[in-house]
Write a new protein. Structure first.
Lengths: 311, 311
């Protein structure tokens, strides 16, 4: 996919930035994860470790850390990466449950068998559910490490819980499944689905990093709009990739949307218009940064990366 | 079931106490629940409201409030009932998921069709998962109402998350399902299952109420042992009732354990020995109260109630 091209030098910088940040996120996950299932029975600990150990883009934690850096430039404390891990843990739970037979029924995720295939649907259901309180624990422990007071700790937990709950991600998944079940979904409906399903957690990732760093309302608003628009762009690109890419590149089952008759951006608007809409969303995301005077080349580059990614 | 008989006058007091406390818990739930699904899409809000609206014993919230009263006798603020609701919300999530076809596959719960029967397995999966962050929100909001500082708020959230997670309730459910799947479970194994599956959340209910009230370590330890023993007694009685009661009384499918070949207290020890074990557990629970100098007639009566209940 080539659109909203990033200059070659910026692209090299972005690749280095993403590589470095992912490595720190992965190191933080490696440090935290064993503790999450330490006293759990082995048949539950194993799918939890498997799910969290699957390599990923770590987009949500990277957004969280980058938002922190917008407010507090300079070296980032390890505790910020711990905070960021809470977002990856919630994201991982949503993938494990979404892949279940009674949901999207996917066998392949990030190039590996999904949890319910590698273990069982029961194990996937339980491991996914166990990740939710685990994420809250990780978030609050990190907030304590950062010396957050009662009000901020409550605010951070509320951001995570709201984004992960009925009014956020889970609500979006419910709307998405209705679409698959034959309810007619138009462009506005699709936007509503993805705002909840993807946008809420992306925006929360940024907001949690920024709030922990003590961001003012203007920066918070700018990052929120950026996150929501980025979420929509991300989802449109996901729909496009489902049409244009093969399983091997995608690391999950391609062509799934068409086979289930699901409403997607390409199915409603066509491939070219969908690509253009993703570009427009990224432009709005970048405009929101400029409007809030957030001079983050990393966030601008991340927005471009969402367009250019091939899986 | 008649054992460890409660004198008629105490029984009348207990009935009045339980009725009064349940009414306040139900009023608190009625006040909180609409907000939990306010911005959720209707097909997700409906199963959430249905699940939380099913009448129940409200044992966990009543234990939470009673533990508060042990530490702070006198009128109980509404916020303590809000705190207590978090435990009922977590308990409700666990029932919704446990009833799913890929789990215990139950059609009847508290005398009504289970959520996956009344709606769909997808709706039950999503509604259940949405209740977890909702419970955390309710708990933390209540802790804020009670003026809890950062350390206490963190501690309360940790208690809830640990009891609800891989090392607590979810871990216990995993062990329980393994038993059903043919793994040989002996008495010690059964105790391990129920300590995690039921005991962890009952103990957390008491600990959360007591911690919020500022309990010292001695009281906390006493209540913890009481909760764990009560949890075991509760589970043994559950197993006994599954053998001896009809669906109509139980409000759920009776005789399920035998038909699935599941290891239970009656199947391992026989009905009479199981009844005796429940009595022994209740005695230990009451002894733990005495050992910690907790003069709560309500907690003693609740322990006896667990033995005498018929559903």
């Amino acid at each position: 996919m080539t659109m909203h091209a990033v200059p070659a030098s910026d692209r090299a910088d972005l690749a280095a930035f993403l590589g470095r940040e992912r490595a720190r996120v992965d190191a933080a996950l490696d440090a935290l994860v064993p503790g999450l299932a330490a006293r759990a029975p082995a048949p539950l600990a194993e799918p939890i470790l498997y799910a969290l150990g699957t390599p990923g883009k770590r987009l949500r934690p990277v957004l969280c850390v980058t938002a922190w850096s917008v407010v507090r430039p300079g070296p980032v404390p390890d505790a910020v990466y711990h905070l960021a891990c809470a977002l990856e843990i919630i994201h991982t739970y949503s993938l494990v449950h979404d892949d279940l037979p009674c949901m999207d029924d996917d066998d392949l995720r990030r190039g590996r068998p999904t949890v319910h295939v590698a273990f069982s649907p029961r194990a996937a259901l339980l491991a996914g559910a166990a990740l939710i309180p685990a994420a809250v624990r990780v978030l609050d422990d990190a907030a304590r490490e950062l010396g957050a007071g009662a009000a901020l700790r409550g605010r951070l937990a509320a951001e995570l819980c709201d984004a992960a709950g009925a009014n956020g991600m889970v609500g979006g998944q419910q709307l998405d499944l209705e679409g698959e079940a034959g309810t007619v979904v138009d462009g506005a409906g699709l936007e509503r689905i993805h705002r909840a399903k993807t946008g809420a957690l992306l925006a929360a990732s940024l907001r949690i990093g920024a709030l922990a760093a003590g961001a003012d309302d203007g920066v918070l608003r700018g990052l929120t709009v950026y996150g929501r628009e980025l979420g929509l762009a991300f989802q449109i690109v996901d729909d496009v990739l489902d049409v244009t890419q093969a399983d091997a590149v995608l690391g999950k089952t391609a062509g799934k949307d068409a086979s289930t008759g699901k409403a997607t951006y390409p199915s409603i608007f066509g491939l070219e218009r969908a690509r253009q809409m993703a570009r427009e969303r990224v432009d709005r995301a970048v405009d929101a940064l400029a409007g809030a005077r957030i001079p983050s080349p990393e966030l601008r580059a991340l927005a471009a990366y969402v367009l250019e990614r091939d899986r």
